[in-house]
Design a protein around this ligand. Structure first.
Ligand code: PEP
Ligand code: MG
Length: 893
């Protein structure tokens, strides 16, 4: 029979007995680490974990439990009773438990928690007696009813909040802490009345009914909307399920020798080796995260640096703090990583409630990985494996220009680094809508909650009026790599008027501001930025990555500036230079249009002759920047109508500039109109019908290459690439144009240069016929944007409308335009690679679709043994690190 319940604490270690200690797959992250901490002798309140397997089975069985689970849970409760000496439902010494979710990977704030479970009208009296603190007992009971009603019964919590506000107002109180036992007791009465009114039944008094309600609620929260959104954004499969952890309650709200806190063993914002965290005296865990009371600093140094008055834990509870610090070090050595910890002090005794590898900014991840390798805690290769490649993005983007003028409106906490400018919006839906419409937005909230997650994702930056460094906004923003300023207390937000005020300045929705998540500053308007510093820890880690990397990393770039950026980021060549963007340049577009409008070849050649020197200049500049490295230039690809005007008001100007009548222009635009341009007259089909276009481009390439060779003494390595090839004959015809042009240029100049001619593999037929095509193609570059759209029959321009649902419904694990559909598109790539190599063993294979910068797709490229990936300039370092990680992984397997 499958075991679904694993006990921990008080010397019992079911995980250890079954060899699953630390098994997050089965026990969830929280359960695995509670079990792990108990196993190494740390003070963990006793409890048990119901496995993720049970969650999966619960859903498979139509949300029911096997009979055996009843016994297992009863056994778990008996274990907690045995260790604590308290009885569940006892009216002498009642046992209270917490019920919390715990998925394989942490999903902060996404799923539900119930605390103080086990309280009812009788046990609350017993708790008052045993604790000698009536106020505490009734406060705990009202918290329980409130949480249970929200999480388990699904009642609207605003009425509960209103009831509390009314009691406070009636008594002239400002803080919850001012309420006494009688007032909490009165509030409990009011809460029970509210439950009965809204739920239609009295609040459950049977503690076992309470427990099963909470267990089902936690399993149920796995399929909540916000959990689904979070999973989609973080590529977490729905079938993983969550575990449920039931654990004896310990209380941080039992007076001034009690406290609760959250801590990191190193600074999660910048990676410095210093304990970092917050605590609250006489409070329960949720109070710290909820941002109702302002937490105090953990360490004296942090308090002094912030110039804060309330004593740090180091000063207020030196002995317990000392013990906590020892636990921090033990945990770091045990888990060999920075830990994010929750603890509670109950009447002077320290209890550990959670540990996990802490979320961190990219900057901190980088620093910690390099530091830990240098401290000898991990190896260089582990350091390389540890930094999430896509998170590097945060480090590579520009920061605010220190010399630029700043109109600082206010300052909040530097919650997540990076700078962002954009228009302000006040709710998540608007953030998403405006971002989809192409605006950069800054989401401004009083504080964020898990319901805001889609808006936070859509935003370039997040600003909150309330909440500390471990508030929801701060934690989530750091995880997502969004700049965030939290707790900017001088901001007042009027959601109804869609307006925020700072001092006497009013900023309506749509106003542009800039936030600096590294300093906490909030500024009016857009502040200019500067490029990041790439030396230091970044350079060290990249050097370690390059040592283990096999795949070469090139870039997709077509301007000298982008090429330069990419080279600084370590690009080893250009994998895709798209030439059409050059045609859109204001100085050339007229000649391009004249070429399109020409009635015959002679007319086209006359227009192309005007373009030749311009195009040669483009390539000369690129070859100069990329000296000594291969440069893949793709000949013209998009359908010609893209270059013609589309708006009525443009026609007259364009007609005048190109010397044709408006009628002629419209007629030609009509002729070129296609129902399905993506499958129309584009790619090498242009070269087949108008070879003179490719001839001009080839001439520009070879003349530029010879010019640069002459001037610098270093020969560029051009790789001429033919797009959208479906058949070997198409490729051969185009290659003949290129070769003939090359020979003509070499003859005119009396000099030669080495070059390659190859093709993109963007069509399923090309992949299947790769063996044939490779007879003359010297390289293949997988154009996975088109290959994905043509394999799936899904338009890359229109897919946005339904792909989200496809991912939600599990039809695709991730967006196939972001991460290669390994099963389908991947198979075609494998076939093409194998057949290409069978014909031409030394054929060069690379990828230049957007997937070339996606870590998961790069892992696939490593497994398929491609020679290189090509990514946009800012993703070059990501690709270098991802390639190294893929190499490490393939070495292991
Ligand atoms: C591709 O199709 O993958 C590609 C790189 O070309 P483009 O995106 O320009 O069509
Ligand atoms: Mg393409």
């Amino acid at each position: 029979m499958t075991q679904y319940v694993y006990r921990f604490g008080g010397g019992v270690d079911d995980g250890g007995k079954n060899g699953v200690t630390g098994d997050k797959t089965l026990l969830g992250g929280k359960g695995a680490n509670l079990d792990g901490m108990a196993a190494i002798g740390l003070p963990v309140p006793p409890g048990f974990t119901i496995t993720t397997e049970m969650c999966t089975r619960y859903y498979a069985d139509g949300e029911t439990y096997p009979d055996s689970l009843r016994d297992e849970v009863a056994n778990g409760i008996a274990h907690i009773e045995g260790v604590t000496g308290n009885g569940f439902g006892s009216t002498d010494n009642p046992l209270l438990v917490s019920v919390r979710s715990g998925a394989r990977v942490s999903m902060p704030g996404m799923m539900d928690t119930v605390l103080n479970l086990g309280l009812n009208d009788d046990t609350v009296e017993a708790l008052a007696r045993v604790s000698g603190d009536e106020r505490f007992a009734w406060d705990s009971y009202r918290r329980f009813i409130q949480m249970y009603s929200d999480v388990v019964l699904g009642l609207d919590h605003s009425r509960f909040e209103d009831a509390l506000e009314i009691i406070k107002e009636d008594n002239g109180y400002y803080l919850d802490t001012e309420l006494g036992a009688d007032q909490w007791r009165a509030l409990v009465g009011e809460y029970k009345r509210l439950v009965e009114e809204e739920w239609g039944k009295p609040f459950p008094q049977d503690v076992h009914e309470q427990l099963w309600g909470a267990i089902s609620a936690v399993f149920g929260s796995w399929q909540s909307e916000r959990a689904k959104v979070y999973r989609r954004l973080n590529a977490i499969p729905g079938e993983w399920g969550t575990a449920v952890n039931v654990q004896a309650m310990v209380f941080g709200n039992m007076g001034d020798t009690s406290a609760t806190g959250v801590a990191f063993t190193r600074n999660p914002a910048d990676g410095t080796r210093a304990y970092y965290g917050e605590y609250l005296i006489n409070a329960q865990g949720e109070d710290v995260v909820a941002g109702i009371r302002t937490p105090q600093y953990l360490t004296k140094a942090a308090r002094e640096e912030a110039n804060a008055k309330p004593l740090s834990m180091e000063e207020a509870m030196p002995e317990t703090y000392g013990e906590l610090a020892r636990v921090f070090d033990l945990l770091e050595t045990h888990y060999r990583d920075m830990q994010d910890i929750e603890f509670t002090v109950e009447r002077g005794k320290l209890w550990m409630l959670q540990t996990r590898s802490g979320k961190r900014t990219a900057k901190a991840a980088l620093k910690m990985a390099v530091d830990m390798a240098q401290e000898g805690l991990i190896t260089e290769e582990e350091a390389v494996a540890r930094v999430e490649a896509s998170a590097l993005d945060q480090l590579l983007h520009p920061t605010l220009d220190p010399d630029a003028a700043r109109d600082v409106l206010t300052k909040g906490l530097p919650a997540s680094p990076g700078a962002a400018s954009g228009i302000i919006v006040f709710d998540a839906d608007t953030a998403e809508k405006r971002a989809n419409a192409g605006d950069d937005v800054i989401l401004v909230r009083i504080e964020t909650s898990p319901e805001d997650i889609h808006g936070m994702h859509a935003a370039k930056g997040i600003l909150t009026a309330r909440g500390g460094m471990t508030s929801h906004a701060a934690v989530v923003a750091r995880g997502m790599g969004r700049p965030c300023v939290s707790g900017a207390g001088s901001i007042s937000i009027d959601n109804a008027a869609k307006m925020m005020r700072i001092g006497n300045r009013e900023l309506p929705e749509g106003t542009i501001i800039t936030i600096d998540g590294a300093s906490g500053e909030v500024m009016a308007g857009e502040v200019p930025t500067v490029q990041p510093e790439l030396a230091g820890d970044f350079g060290t880690l990249m050097a370690w990555a390059d040592k283990v990397r096999r795949l070469k990393v090139r870039t997709n770039a077509e301007t000298p500036a982008d090429c330069r950026t990419a080279r600084e980021f370590g690009a080893e060549g250009i994998g895709l230079c798209r030439t059409e963007h050059m045609f859109f340049d204001a100085a050339r577009i007229t000649a391009v249009r004249q070429m399109i409008l020409a009635e015959d070849e002679a007319g086209r050649r006359a227009a192309l002759a005007k373009l030749l020197p311009e195009q040669r200049k483009d390539f000369t500049q690129i070859f100069e920047v990329m000296a000594g490295l291969p440069v893949t230039i793709r000949l013209l690809d998009p359908p010609l109508h893209e270059f013609l005007p589309h708006q009525e008001h443009e026609f007259a100007d364009v007609a005048a500039a190109t010397g044709v009548s408006v009628d002629q222009l419209k007629r030609r635009a009509n002729e070129l109109h296609e129902f399905n341009p993506m499958l129309g007259h584009r790619g090498c089909r242009l070269g087949v019908t108008y070879p003179e276009i490719y001839e001009m481009q080839a001439r520009a390439i070879f003349e530029a290459a010879l010019d640069v060779q002459k001037a610098s003494g270093e020969a560029p390595i051009p790789e001429v690439m033919i797009p959208l090839v479906a058949t070997a004959r198409e490729f051969d015809l185009m290659k003949a144009v290129v070769d003939k042009t090359a020979e003509a240029v070499f003859a005119e100049r009396g000099e030669r240069i080495g070059y390659l001619v190859g093709t993109m593999i963007e069509l399923p037929r090309a992949a299947l016929m790769a063996g044939d095509i490779a007879k003359s193609a010297e390289f293949f570059s997988f154009g996975t944007n088109d290959l994905t759209q043509t394999t799936l029959g899904v338009s890359r321009d229109d897919a946005g409308r339904f792909l989200v649902q496809y991912v939600d419904k599990g039809i695709f694990a991730t967006d196939p335009f972001v991460s290669i559909d390994v099963e389908g598109v991947g198979q075609l790539i494998e076939i093409a690679a194998e057949r290409g190599r069978a014909t031409r063993p030394a054929i060069k294979l690379g990828i230049c679709g957007e997937h070339g910068g996606d870590p998961a797709s790069i892992a696939f490229c490593e497994a398929t043994d491609l020679d290189y990936v090509s990514a946009s300039p800012y993703r070059v370092p990501i690709a270098r690190l991802a390639a190294a990680q893929a190499a490490l992984k393939s070495r292991k397997s």
